[in-house]
Every structure is written in structure tokens, then in C-alpha cells.
Ligand binder design. Sequence first.
Ligand SMILES: Nc1ncnc2c1ncn2[C@@H]1O[C@H](COP(=O)(O)OP(=O)(O)OP(=O)(O)O)[C@@H](O)[C@H]1O
Ligand SMILES: [Mg+2]
Length: 617
Amino acid sequence: MNDIAVPVDVLPDRPYPGLRAFRQDEWPIFFGREEHADEVISRIGRHGLVLVHGASGCGKSSLIRAGVLPTLETDHEVGGRTWRTATMRPSEGLLTRLAGALETALPRAKTPDEDSAESSAATERSWAELIVKGGGLVTYVEQALRDQGGGSLCLLVDQFEEIFRWAKEKSDAEARLFIDIMKNVNPPEGGSGFFVILTMRSDYLGSCAAYDGFAEFLNPRQYLLPKMDQFGLLRAIHEPAELYGGNIEPSVATLLLPVVNQQVDGLPVLQHALMRASDHARKRYKEDEQWLVTADDLAAVGGAEQALSQHADEVFAAATHGDPDLEEAVEWMFRALTDLDADRRAIRRPCRFKELADISGVSREAALKVLEPFRAPDCVFIGPYLPAQVEDDTEIDISHEALIRQWPRLCSIGIGGQTPPGWIYREFYDGMVWRSLVFQAEKFAGDSRQLLSVATTEQRLPWFKTIKKHPGWTRRHVMGDLRVETDIFDKQWDNVARMMEASAKNAASAHSLIGRLRGARNLSLFLLAASLFAMAWAIDAGRQAREAEATASETNKRLSAFGNALVPALCEAQWKSDLSNKKLCETAVGQQFQSSLDFQTGPQLKELKSSGPPAGR
Ligand SMILES: Nc1ncnc2c1ncn2[C@@H]1O[C@H](COP(=O)(O)OP(=O)(O)OP(=O)(O)O)[C@@H](O)[C@H]1O
Ligand SMILES: [Mg+2]
């Protein structure tokens, strides 16, 4: 590890790896965990196997890759003991990767004519054949070690929690066999032996107990990784820079440390901020000049808090150039690469490139191109990192969940509709919609009347059109066991497609019927309104006629009683009424009074009003 003088030619390309875990060859820049590395080594010596667990991003993988394994190998160089090391991740292929790791560390003896490409597959198969023996494999490994000159083999099974997804989605039997092998790793007798280190999130401890005898086996063999202390963190901040002829201003550490101490994603955030700030600072200097990272450099890359999300936004812009199709492709890729676990925690979801390209809705070439900026060495958001080639079967994975949790574009919940929900929540919502459609489509398959309602169809049709652009997406939301029914995905897709088509037709005919009904209703309404109007008019005319009649007879009576004095009284009543009443009045009193009426609505009427109503009213 780093306590040994570091020859310049073994220094990695950059002092800070960023978001990803340290690689085994990055031991020269790995600081602050010396004590913990020693502790793990002494535990494997005692137990043969140790499970290193802890919170997300606390540095488990880095500790083993850049701390423990290089120390073992160095021990071999210094003390003459032979240590071989091998590393695997369950998601890359559980038993095949185990066979591959063993083959790399302990190649099976080859006959001369086996020295061809075919032969390595044959020898790999031979480890595969031995793996089928379950727990018995350990004896074969020890035998192979003895046969190949003694020494020990330390196998790192990194991200051991991935075995539970493997068991669920691929093969439970494989997972059981693997665990059976692990349970047989015990402290070796004598000088050589097979050692195993598992790294796992503590959240998954409960899942281990689901396998017979595994909890009992693990209890004495687990190591909960302590957090790095302040001294360790300061070493991790300052010492890598010094190896590369640089320095970190003390104020930078002062700004970074509180964030590291308070945040769940402390270490990944620290690493990423250091990588970005040092890249920013080094641009000011010539290659052989001493460089200094200042607080301004840190601020320029977004500070400790925003360095990740600011960088992610920049890379997103560089990958998509504002092209909506590419933006959509990136969104769907990230949706495929992330998940919410049962406790709604954002987790990464490694995925084969073929599946990713299928989901992205663009050609493979375009998918590869948009992935590229995320895989660049000065970014390392998604692995495998450039210049590694990506083939159809290559596993693509987000380097660390800190990216999911820190990038609003991915993780925003979108409360209150003020900000759009992040991609991970859109995925969650779409998954629910899909499952509800699959459920309904199953009913529809049994009874073709079980269509979606018109309103639901209108809501779901545009959604379904978007989903169609991303074939393969529904595989992850398939309802049922893909391991048992391999064609279940196609069946469900066909069922939903048929139901959507039938529901769309149904909605269209319902609309045209409504349209026709509406037309007919409009006509009837018109006729009804016209007849009502006619009736009302007739009634009103009758009423007016009756009133006119009554008024006329009253007028006549009054005329006879009051003579010409009645005219102003009549006009008082009319004064309060509308024009029709005025007309009525005109009709009633006759044209002969018209001129005097008009004349008298002035002062004479006022005089009449002030003198009170005429007698007899
Ligand atoms: N000693 C260290 N000094 C500085 N940075 C570190 C150290 N150990 C880990 N890191 C950084 O912390 C981040 C997380 O590291 P790593 O992936 O090893 O954690 P982990 O516990 O294995 O995470 P996960 O729970 O996702 O498996 C990475 O960015 C890594 O570079
Ligand atoms: Mg890890």
C-alpha cells in the first residue's frame, strides 16, 4: 500500500479517481484506511472468510481493492510468501465469473495441444465442472494451490449483495450453490489456503439469513467497516496531490470536511469534488509546474455540495447537444440503470448494453455515443470507463449511487408539481401504470368486454405510444417469473397491445356516437327551445292581451270616473314599467292620448305623484 515508496511509473493517471471505487493498481493513491486493511487481513487469517459490510459508499470496495489485496501481494514480494488474488462481482455472472476468476488465478494444467483459444474455454469449463460440486470446490482450490507451488489465494467477491438479485431474476439454485461454496471456506491448515473476502451493504444482512446456516456461518466472520477519522480524511485529501507535485489549500479541506461528515454520500462527494477541483486547478499550470488547488477552484466546480450535480448537468448537455431525441435516450438509459428498492432507496441496477440500447429508443451507435461522455476518465459516472470497449453483453453500471441521490434530474421527487419528477420517479410511476395495464389486459384476454374506460383510454394511449418507442422496457416490470415462463414478457406485451387497440376503437366509436347524439341533441334542443319560446311568447302575448284588456276596461272605467285626470294616473303605473308596458299603455289608452301622455310625463306627472294616488286605487 502507500506506505511503501512509490515509483513514479506505478502512479495512476490521476490523483483522485472520482466517483468510482479505487482499483487494485491505485494502491499508491489510497490513504487513510491502513488500520482497517490490517484488521481485515488479520480476520481472514483467523476465519478464512470475512464479510466486510457497511453503509453505501463508506469505502468497502476501495478498502479491499486498493488496501487489502495489494498489501497481500506486497507481502508476497517482501516476505517471500506467495499470494494470488482474484476479484469478481456476482452481477457479471455468478458461477461463470467464479470459474473465470479461479481460472485467472489458478489456470488448470494444460496439455500442449490445449494452447489455443478453444483450450481456455475448455479449462474454464473444468473449473465450472468442479464448481458444480458445491462446498467440495474449496478442497479442489487448495489442491490446485499445492499443485502450483503452494501459497494462498484471496478471492474478493465485491458487491456480494448482487447475489440476491441474481437469485430472484436469474437462478436461485446458482445462488444457493455459490453460498454453499462460501460456507466451506474455513481457516486453512498449514501455510497455503483459499481465503475469501465478501463486501456487502449492511442493508442486506437480513437477506443472508434466508439461506440455511449462512447467518450462523457469517456471525463470527463479519466486519462492520468503521468510518474514516479526521486524520484519515485529511491524508486522503492532501497526500495524493503531493504525489503528483501538487497541493491542496487547507481552506479546501476546511470546506470539504463538514460535508463529508454530515452526508450519507460523504466519501463519494469528497472524491468527486477533489477530482473536479484538481482538474480545474491543473489547467492553470504547465505540466512540470507545482500546482495548487484553491477554494476558488472548488467553488468553480460547484463547491462540495453541487460538484456532482453541476458536473452531471454539464455532461448531460455535452452528450445530448439539446437534441430532444438524445435527451430522451439518456433519460431512458438512466431509468434502466437505476431502481428503487422495497424501502424506496435509490439503488443502481447494472444492465447489459444490448438491453440499454434497446430501451433507449435510438440506434446502438447513438446509444454508445451518448454514453461516452459519462464514461470518460474525467467523469467516470458510468462504467466500464473509456477506453474499454462496450459489446452487446458488456455490463453497464453507474459508478456510485451518490450520483443518483445528488442529481436532481434523477432523484427529484417533484413535490407539488413545481418541479418535474426525476427520472427515477417517472420510472416508478410508469412501472405502476404498466402493471395495472397488464392486470387489466389479462381480464380482457378472458373477456373482450373488459376494456379500459373511455377516459382511461384517452389518458393511457399517448403514454403507450411513448412506451412503444422503448421496446424492451417492460421486461423489468414483467409480472411473473421470467425464469419459469421465458415468453411471459411477449405474452403480456401482446395482451396489452391488443387491449389498447380495442379500447382505442371503443373510445373512437363512443366519441362518434356522442358526436352524433350531440348533433341530434342540439337539433332537439333547438326545436325544444324554439317551441318553448313560441309557447312563452304565446303565453306572454295572452297575458299581455289579458292585461291589456283588463287595463283597457280599467282605463275605460277610470276614464268615465275621472275623465281626463286618469291619464296621468295611468301614466304613473306605466312609468314604472318597461317599454312594452308603455306600448300596452299606448294601446290601451289609444292613439288619441299619445300626445298628451308624452307631454304629461313631465311636471304634471310629478304633480300627480306628489298629490298621492288617485282615489279608488
Ligand atoms: N480511503 C479513501 N479515500 C478517499 N476516497 C475514498 C476512500 N475510500 C473510498 N473512497 C471513495 O468513496 C467512494 C465510494 O467508494 P467505494 O465504492 O469503495 O464504496 P463502497 O462502500 O464499496 O460503496 P457501495 O456501497 O456502493 O458498494 C468512491 O468515490 C471512492 O473513490
Ligand atoms: Mg462497493
